[in-house]
Design a protein around this ligand. Structure first.
Ligand code: FAD
Length: 345
């Protein structure tokens, strides 16, 4: 797709734009085109005039995303400053741009005496990502606070979707393919700013203690299966600290994968698949990816694995309880592995 065949824009359109610097994992390939619209009208006219066969996806802060090493075909839309802001729009209701960070939403809510949005303080994404992913934490989720949202559909039409239209379930919405959330309204309940601030601080401290917030990561890797905590299953399957190339299962929180330096996205994804395999074998539970994986692979680490290694298992954690089946398992790389440790693969 040549740049000169694309519709004219007022914002910024970049061909072959590296996405690694724009996502938390700091890995992965380039977008065939990256579009940062000037405003909603710019986004609408671009999508209206764009060949309907060209795929379009939105990018927030890339905090729940593996961009594969072969890059993303078509157009990646990233909402910049023009879409970042939050203001009172009705009783106990904030209107927020699709590119607004969770911290800005929760701190604006505090200033307006709106409680119930503190949980967004701890999720490092944008309003568009929260709406798409039904972001949630500390007992609250977007589905409970969202009133409605403004969405530019793939054909350029601007529509308002209510929370019911999105058919929310756990970390999932039925936002139409290629749709971009440009604004959303969240409603809370009346609260004292000091109490709201205290709750935000409690949440931030709890996060700091339990998650590798300063690492290159993608947040929770797998959804919690009904009746289970994903991190516990991963730990029980002996994956704490497991490494593959530059990718590692976090020692601090076993449902987080981290890029320890120069991991490829393929290594990160292959490590996730190895964790799924071990949990399936050891616990009989099929973990479902929560992290969105987008773009094309350029080679498969599964077929040509770099050396894998053990983590530091002295820390234990997760209670040290085994799964129903604790028999040693055999890795796809041909070496027997222990059920507790990361294993020498
Ligand atoms: C340290 C850490 C902690 C985390 N903790 C939590 C947590 O407690 N709870 C939780 O739910 N998540 C958590 N996450 C995951 C992540 O922050 C959320 O999923 C967040 O909603 C993603 O927002 P984003 O804007 O970065 O989206 P991205 O990661 O950029 O994209 C995620 C998905 O949303 C889509 N998307 C992004 N913007 C838009 C838009 N404007 N319109 C339409 N679709 C869009 C993308 O196409 C993609 O499908 C955590 C992540 C990290 C790194």
């Amino acid at each position: 797709m040549m740049a000169d065949t694309l519709p004219r824009v007022s914002g910024k359109l970049t061909a072959n734009a590296p996405l690694a610097p724009l996502v938390w994992f700091k890995a992965g390939g380039a977008a065939e085109h990256l579009f940062e619209p000037r405003d909603t009208a710019d986004l609408q006219s671009f999508l209206r005039d764009l060949d309907p066969a060209v795929p379009v996806m939105a990018l927030g802060l890339g905090s729940n995303l593996i961009v594969r090493d072969g890059g993303v075909a078509g157009v990646v839309v990233r909402l910049g400053k023009a879409f970042a802001g939050a203001a009172l729009s009705g009783p106990l209701t904030l209107n927020c741009g699709g590119g607004t960070s969770g911290i800005l939403v929760s701190s604006t809510a505090r200033d307006q005496g709106i409680a119930g949005l503190e949980f967004l303080r701890s999720i490092p994404g944008t309003v568009g990502g929260f709406v798409r992913m039904n972001g949630g934490a500390y007992g609250a989720e977007v589905a409970e606070r969202l009133v409605d949202c403004d969405v530019v559909l793939r054909d350029g039409a601007l529509v308002t979707l209510t929370v019911a239209d999105l058919h929310y379930s756990y970390r999932h919405s039925e936002l139409p393919e290629g749709a971009i959330v440009v604004a959303a309204r969240f409603q809370g309940h009346a609260g004292e700013p000091a109490a709201i601030q205290a709750e935000m601080e409690r949440i931030a401290a709890s996060r700091e203690a339990s998650q590798p917030l300063r690492s290159k990561t993608g947040g929770s890797t797998f959804k919690n299966p009904p009746g289970h905590k994903a991190w516990e299953l991963v730990d029980r399957a002996g994956c704490r600290g497991l490494t593959l190339g530059g990718a590692q299962v976090s020692e601090k929180h076993t449902n987080f994968l981290i890029n320890t330096g120069a991991a490829t996205s393929d290594e990160i994804e292959a490590l996730g698949e190895e964790v799924r395999r071990r949990v399936r074998e050891n616990c009989g539970v099929e973990l479902e990816w929560e992290i969105q994986r987008v773009g094309m692979r350029i080679h498969s680490t599964h077929l040509n694995p770099p050396p894998l290694g053990e983590g530091d298992h002295s820390k234990g954690g997760g209670g040290g309880v085994g799964c129903a089946s604790l028999a040693p398992s055999v890795s796809p790389f041909g070496t027997a592995t222990s059920p507790r440790g990361g294993g020498s693969l």
